[in-house]
Design a protein around this ligand. Sequence first.
Ligand SMILES: Cc1ncc(COP(=O)(O)O)c(C=O)c1O
Length: 397
Amino acid sequence: MADHFTESLNVARMHASSTMKAAQKAAELRAQGHSVTDLTVGEPDFDTPKFIKEYAVEGISKGITKYTASSGMPDLRQSVAEFYAMCFGAEIDPGQVAAACGGKQALFNAACTLLNPGDDVLIPKPYWVTFPEISTFCVANNVFIDTMETGFVLNADQVKRSITDRTKLLIINSPNNPTGRVIPPDEMVKIVEVCAERGVYVLTDECYLFFTYKPTEPYSLAVLPKELRDLVCIAGSFSKTFAMTGWRIGYTIASEKWTKAMVKLQSHSATHPTSFVQYACAKALRDTEKTLNAVASMLEEYAERRAWFIPALNTVDGFKCAMPEGAFYAFVDVRGLLGDRFKTSADVAEHLLNEAYVVVTDGAAFGAEGFLRLSYAASMETLRGAVDRMHRVFGKK
Ligand SMILES: Cc1ncc(COP(=O)(O)O)c(C=O)c1O
């Protein structure tokens, strides 16, 4: 029988993840026997800390293998609230926390329970690829705020200028993927205040929360006073912080009303994240010394790589890269290379791939033509090798 399948309109409007496409290209070249250096991955190259794995095994042994509440186990919700109290002094009620299958599902739950068709969603540009796709799925309109003029750091004035009567939501992400920029805490508060004046909600993706480099400190909007926090949903994730991308666990922190809506939605979709993973995460968050040590040692490694990699990138002809304050991405300005030889940053990325087998992500995927995103969640050896290859292809300053 002929296959008459056609995508639903909501899905047809979405685009496949371009960051995944680049990773796929790298895999194809590897399969052809080339030595490929992949700097596209947005994934820690560290293993999940051993003690967290052991807690998961303990959970399985104890028979924590059945359904939990759709909101997540009470113990996990409580431990997230306690962890934010300990790290930031935030006062969160466990009823404001809901478990999700990764930060991505947390974002989806938040957007899908708030947005109606025709609502405007403010998204600072450059943006993480999934943000516009989520609001597109919700049949909302993406309204981009260009942050080039402020060095990719969103400020309250830019938000204020962009709000209209149709604006329902602002999505922010600090530390930012792809730029590595961090919005200073006082500016974050101003941004939420500007939104609150106009009844605009804020969805803050805090998945790189703990990866900020000194002197920048982690800052969570969980510390806002209640009247402001009621407009905010935090999408949190264990993926990057604890090198647990494959475990698929994250959470939201939002008002009780918003949380209830998200739990209702989740009860008819994923139901909840894996039970023994929830168990392991609750245990890990309570094992604070080990948890914080694990995060600190990963951050130390990222900091060392950053200290070498960013200056090294700046020695490549035509590359300009500012020092990121957080996350693990270098966002390289290659506009100096554009002209007769290369028309777009995609051409630069393709040349690097074809001539040196180094895979990077084109900034256009993030709404920033003229830039490349290079992940330094890779060993020093890999990074040194990549820079050598770049020197060979583009020359050395
Ligand atoms: C900004 C941002 N948010 C969310 C995610 C998704 O993380 P998770 O694995 O928790 O779904 C990523 C992953 O790359 C990300 O870069």
